[in-house]
Design a protein around this ligand. Structure first.
Ligand SMILES: NC(=O)c1ccc[n+]([C@@H]2O[C@H](COP(=O)([O-])OP(=O)(O)OC[C@H]3O[C@@H](n4cnc5c(N)ncnc54)[C@H](O)[C@@H]3O)[C@@H](O)[C@H]2O)c1
Length: 466
């Protein structure tokens, strides 16, 4: 059993602290937001993350998990101090804002009175481990105290955070102090995951490279989706056909509104910025970001290509969160789409199973006029008297809606399926004007090759049947 302090109780810090407590460690989570800590002490979880509430409750009850705003309380006897604070985009050039990490490092230095291993779990620019070392050394209250710094980037995804933490594909550790890295590795041994131990800079880079690669995969399939749409192919089936290739893999090949959230957008930007600062031209990363933004624009283009002017129209939106199973609204595609649609004079009706509160706050913060938006209690209410419906998040509850009822309640049955939840043929049969993302409607029969042109796909035999 180890004594651990986790700084920051957001998506990463709270999950990390709780899961480490669940492994039998003594964990104290520190946050500077009093309200968050007060709520956590009352058993109220400030974020939506499946399974987290039960896990927090179990470990608090077992006396292994504590919450405080006091660094001295958190640092007391801690052998391991995880920094898991936010690192949002800081400048218009895309660099990461390090002020929260720096502030955490200063507070650690002021409270530390014994040797400890400081572990950076926040996603930070390459070289930040050195920055943390310098800040801690410079601000130590007890100048004779020694410490080690280890980079331990986190790869969990919101919505599956607990599962991801408990069953990671790998654990990455970077340090100039091999002994410290090995001690952190020992914390993760019960998870039986591959552990990659490397130097500080490389560990920090592994995180950015991983996120940039996943974002690239998403933008790649979205570019293919655009081509599919023009040429009549169906990107959903293209992705199935590609994904069977082990070199490609099935993950991150869902064409749609592109990536959002608190990680991919800012991390791709920050990596491009680092490359730029180093005198390089990160053209692939720039294209990835361009394509991603275009996906959101395509939704508005699809709406205007059918409706003409949006002035006076009512557009419904199903889903606000940047993806399903989270209430996180950071860089959600829904926000840009709502901004553009309302700025063209349309009103909107919106619903999300869990992100209504964070959605309202985010839209307000983004300066979007809330008077043009009606927050509805369910998907069916959203559809009422709308001129078009946009699916922005693929929540499970949107996958089996009574689409006939939705159709009947709409003023005009236009469905823009930003997540390719429904099948074009099914929706056309119900009478919708359906537009997915990259869902071509098949070749013009006049250009079908003659002879044995009936393919497995044309017979509707895909994947399982083959
Ligand atoms: N959210 C994800 O899915 C995810 C996944 C992998 C990595 N990351 C990375 O992990 C880091 C944390 O992300 P997050 O989504 O958990 O952020 P978050 O915004 O949800 O939480 C950050 C928390 O840190 C607290 N905080 C800020 N400064 C503090 C300080 N000086 N002392 C104590 N607490 C402080 C904030 O009050 C907040 O509660 C980021 O660098 C992010 O890029 C996030």
């Amino acid at each position: 059993m180890a004594t651990i302090c986790v700084i920051g109780t957001g998506y990463v810090g709270l999950v990390t602290g709780t899961c480490l407590a669940d492994l039998g460690n003594q964990v104290t989570c520190v946050d500077i937001v009093q309200e968050k800590i007060d709520r956590l002490r009352q058993g109220i979880i400030p974020i939506y993350e499946p399974g987290l509430e039960e896990l927090v409750e179990r470990n608090v009850r077992a006396g292994r998990l504590h919450f405080t705003t006091s660094y001295s309380e958190g640092l007391d006897n801690s052998e391991f101090i995880f920094i898991a604070v936010n690192t949002p985009t800081g400048t218009s050039q895309g660099s990461a804002d390090m002020r929260y990490v720096e502030s955490a490092a200063r507070s650690i230095a002021q409270g530390l009175d014994h040797y400890a291993i400081i572990i950076n779990k926040s996603t930070v620019p390459v070289g930040s481990g050195d920055v943390v070392t310098r800040i801690v050394r410079k601000n130590l209250t007890h100048s004779d105290v020694t410490f080690s710094v280890v980079s331990n980037p986190e790869f969990l995804a919101e919505g599956t955070a607990i599962q991801d933490f408990q069953h990671p594909d790998r654990v990455v550790l970077g340090s100039t102090d091999a002994d410290a890295a090995n001690k952190v590795a020992a914390l993760y041994l019960p998870l039986r995951a591959p552990i990659v131990i490397t130097d500080l800079y490389t560990a920090e880079m592994i995180k950015y490279a991983s996120n940039a690669f996943l974002a690239t995969k998403i933008s790649f399939i979205n570019e293919i989706a655009q081509i599919c749409e023009r040429l009549g192919a169906d990107v959903k089936e293209v992705a199935v056909g590609m994904g069977h290739d082990k070199r490609i893999g099935k993950a991150m090949l869902g064409a749609g509104l592109g990536y959002g959230g608190s990680c991919f957008p800012k991390d791709v930007r920050a990596l491009a910025h680092m490359a730029d600062e180093a005198g390089l031209h990160p053209q692939l990363l720039l294209a990835v970001m361009d394509i991603n933004l275009d996906q959101r624009r395509h939704v508005v283009t699809k709406l205007t290509s059918i409706l003409g002017s949006l002035r006076g129209c009512t557009v419904g939106m199903l889903g606000l969160a940047f993806k399903a199973n989270t209430d996180d609204m950071r860089e959600a595609p829904s926000v840009d789409i709502i901004r553009w649609v309302t700025s063209q004079g349309a009103t909107m009706r919106v619903y999300d199973p869990v992100a209504m509160q964070t959605g309202r706050e985010t839209l307000e913060r983004e300066g979007i006029n809330l008077e043009s938006i009606t927050f509805c209690e369910n998907a069916y209410k959203v559809a009422e008297e709308t001129d078009a419906l946009v699916i922005a998040t693929d929540w499970n509850e949107f996958k089996a809606l009574d689409m006939l009822q939705i159709h009947h309640s709409m003023r005009r049955p236009i469905l823009i399926d930003g997540r390719n939840v429904y099948e074009p043929a099914d929706m056309n049969r119900l009478g919708f004007i359906y537009r997915g993302m990259g869902r071509g409607t098949g070749p013009d029969p006049s250009i079908l090759p003659s002879g044995d042109s009936t393919t497995a796909l044309q017979l509707g035999l895909i994947e399982e049947d083959l």
